[in-house]
Write a protein that binds this ligand. Sequence first.
Ligand SMILES: Nc1ncnc2c1ncn2[C@@H]1O[C@H](COP(=O)(O)OP(=O)(O)O)[C@@H](O)[C@H]1O
Ligand SMILES: [Mg+2]
Length: 138
Amino acid sequence: MELSYDIGGGDFVNAGRASSAVKGILKQLNISAVLIKRVVIALYEAEVNVAAHASAGKISVSITKDVIRINIRDKGPGIADIELAMQEGYSTASKEVREMGFGAGMGLPNIRKNSDTFNISSTPGEGTELEIINRLSN
Ligand SMILES: Nc1ncnc2c1ncn2[C@@H]1O[C@H](COP(=O)(O)OP(=O)(O)O)[C@@H](O)[C@H]1O
Ligand SMILES: [Mg+2]
């Protein structure tokens, strides 16, 4: 099954739309609650990052009998120092974003924690791409 979603920079109203939709689909597929939670947390944090830090993003989700593979790519400022961005508590979120309750600097670490395989690549001035893979069977 292939799904795709768009997300706009600054659009905190629709950030969460993809993770909610995917949650519903995984429930219907009888995926374990523990795995659903991992996928939903990782995807939600990635959506929020597009809203908070980028100008536009595209999400593709591929579900097979073996794996849930999510790709999120955005156009935006990109990340110059990925190692720094991955550190717990590191955030460049604006005052406005922090006032909305985001910007704790735990998004990327939580995405990694909730992925079996996590890849991030970024080109400063162009954008960022994440790959989040969780296996369905062991
Ligand atoms: N999609 C993105 N585009 C540009 N910068 C990003 C993106 N995602 C994360 N970052 C950078 O990495 C930092 C850490 O991200 P994260 O751990 O999610 O914390 P937070 O979003 O709360 O700031 C952000 O503050 C930002 O500087
Ligand atoms: Mg974040």
